[in-house]
Design a protein around this ligand. Structure first.
Ligand code: FDA
Length: 511
């Protein structure tokens, strides 16, 4: 403990010296474990019980100015301290606020300004803004401009967009990262680069390869998309008594091929049957159509009549209202999109898979058995359709390789409230067993995984040097052959591996 206190003191001293002569006020920017705000800043989105964190950060730093970030890099190099960069704090494995070696959190929450240009349909957004804030701000400027990114409004721009960014409009408009047209990044030398000065290699890497391996992303320039003034939403649920298994099976033949304006997302969970009181599987088709209901109904009638969608199931609304709808917020004003802190923070583990051949009915029945094992807590499978515009990009256009050939992505998630160790172990065990059961039905060689659903079960870096071979075990799953180019970019921009975490891209070692 005393060496950690010394380390903490030295870092604080170094930063204070760096701040001298500027108008930075350390008390507004630097938080030590003795400060009252430290605890509340630390705990934002913890996905695991805090008792499992190996170390606490020496300091939490919430900069307002670029020069303060330069000072953090300087002191971190001088003292050999790791930096974890946090934008929205939603990392699935907590890599933006945990580490096994002494570290400081660089929390970007005060870098959150957004400027929208309706004329050229672009926006500059700083990384500490949340998706909710971004959507809200665009909607304040225009009824027909929007952005394509994730569903949860508290997710941060920095991690999300640099890692991909799939949402309810992705079949029509692809990923958030596919609409980045410029960026501001601070490199390992504290220089601020834009697209032109960073060059196309680094600009390519931060559009799906994650920011954390390459530098500190400060802002993205986004190309906005055009949407109709009214969109249509529905959420239709069916249990097994009403043909859920057959519907799920059939959905796999429809979801990636239907009209690009329509995204039929599917949620699967175990519920108590209203008919007989025993457990049953509930399949919820949660959907967005970029158009009016009278255009949607004939499409559903022709392509997926089995669902039996009727006009009463559907609601027309504005795009920004649909953001609240999919976030599960009812009867609240749009201002709730500006709230950074989600109300509930259960513990959580997630994993992902890509499906390229429809899963047969007997295998679906096997999945149902897994879901029935977890009736009282929140275990859920989410199936997100691909196809549409997502397939029109080549695999190497950005680091995100999951393009043509994928029918849908599965997200497995389990959430719980009790911080006990045995709960943690049993839930981890459940999701790992399910993942191994799924192996025959999902992508192979490599078994593809979505980087933004980070999973440390795939493998981690050594704290010293990690070989290309070791990192390729998970690197190829996240990025397929793009992993090689990511290593090349890393070797070029950060050969000393200053920006690193448990699953960062390693530089090639000179041997
Ligand atoms: P966080 O701040 O934790 O950062 C994540 C990673 O990026 C860390 O490694 C961090 O160091 C690095 N990083 C962050 N800011 C950086 C910066 N400025 N420069 C360099 N590196 C930086 N995904 C999706 O595609 N669609 C969805 O609908 C959802 N929904 C969703 C809901 C919920 C509740 C969660 C918890 C997560 C999702 N996600 C998602 C996954 C989400 O996209 C992913 O966790 C993002 O990395 C989160 O970005 P944050 O900035 O919030 O995380």
């Amino acid at each position: 403990a005393s060496s950690s206190q010394d380390h903490n003191k030295h870092f604080l001293q170094c930063l204070t010296e760096q701040f001298e002569g500027s108008n930075s006020d350390p008390s507004n920017v630097i938080y030590t474990p003795n400060d009252a705000a430290y605890e509340s800043l630390l705990i934002t989105q913890n996905r695991r019980p805090e008792s499992t964190f190996p170390l606490r950060p020496l300091l939490i730093i919430t900069p307002y100015y670029e020069r303060e970030i330069i000072a953090v890099i300087y002191c971190s190099k001088k003292l050999g301290t790791q930096i974890t960069v946090r934008s929205g704090g939603h990392d699935y494995e907590g890599l933006s606020y945990t580490s096994e070696v002494p570290f400081v959190i660089l929390d970007m929450r005060n870098f959150r300004s957004i400027s929208v240009n309706t004329k050229d349909r672009t926006a500059w957004v700083e990384v500490g803004a949340t998706l909710g804030q971004l959507y809200y701000t665009i909607a304040r400027h225009s009824k027909t401009l929007a952005f394509t990114a994730g569903v949860c409004p508290t997710v941060g721009v920095g991690g999300h967009i640099s890692g991909g960014g799939y949402g309810m409009m992705s079949r029509k408009h692809s990923l958030a990262a596919d609409h980045v047209i410029d960026a501001k990044v601070m490199n390992v030398d504290g220089q601020i680069l834009d697209r032109r000065s960073m060059g196309e290699d680094l600009f390519w890497a931060i559009r799906g390869g994650g920011g954390a391996s390459f530098g500190i992303v400060l802002a993205f320039k986004l190309e906005l998309i055009t949407i109709p003034e009214k969109v249509t939403v529905f959420n239709v649920s069916r249990t097994q008594e009403h043909n859920a298994t057959h519907l799920v099976h059939r959905w796999q033949y429809v979801a990636d091929k239907i009209d690009d304006n329509l995204l039929l997302r599917l949620f699967l969970r175990s519920v108590k049957s209203p008919v007989h009181g025993n457990r049953t599987i509930q399949a919820s088709f949660t959907s967005l159509y970029l158009g009016r209901v009278h255009h949607l109904l004939p499409i559903m009638q022709e392509k997926f009549p089995e669902l039996g969608l009727v006009e009463d199931d559907c609601t027309e609304m504005s795009w920004i209202e649909s953001i609240l709808y999919f976030a599960g917020v009812r009867n609240e004003s749009l201002d709730v999109l500006l709230d950074r802190n989600p109300a509930r923070r259960p513990y959580f583990k997630g994993k992902s898979d890509y499906v390229r051949q429809p899963i047969p009915i007997n295998a679906l029945n096997g999945i149902w058995k897994f879901l029935h094992e977890q009736p009282e807590i929140k275990a859920e499978l989410e199936a997100s359709p691909y196809g549409g515009v997502l397939s029109s990009y080549s695999k190497s256009e950005t680091p995100f390789p999951h393009r043509a050939g994928n029918i849908f992505m599965i997200h497995y998630g389990i959430a719980w409230n009790n911080p006990g160790k045995s709960e943690l172990e049993s839930h981890m065990n459940w999701i790992r067993r399910l993942y191994s059961y799924m192996a025959p039905y999902v992508s192979k060689n490599p078994r593809a995984v979505y980087f933004n659903y980070r999973d440390l079960d795939l493998g981690i870096n050594n704290e010293g040097n990690t070989s290309y071979k070791q990192a390729s075990v998970w690197g190829l799953k996240y990025f397929e052959n793009n992993f090689h180019r990511l290593v090349h970019v890393k070797t070029k921009v950060d050969p000393s591996n200053f920006f690193r975490n448990k699953q960062s891209i390693p530089p090639l070692l000179s041997e």
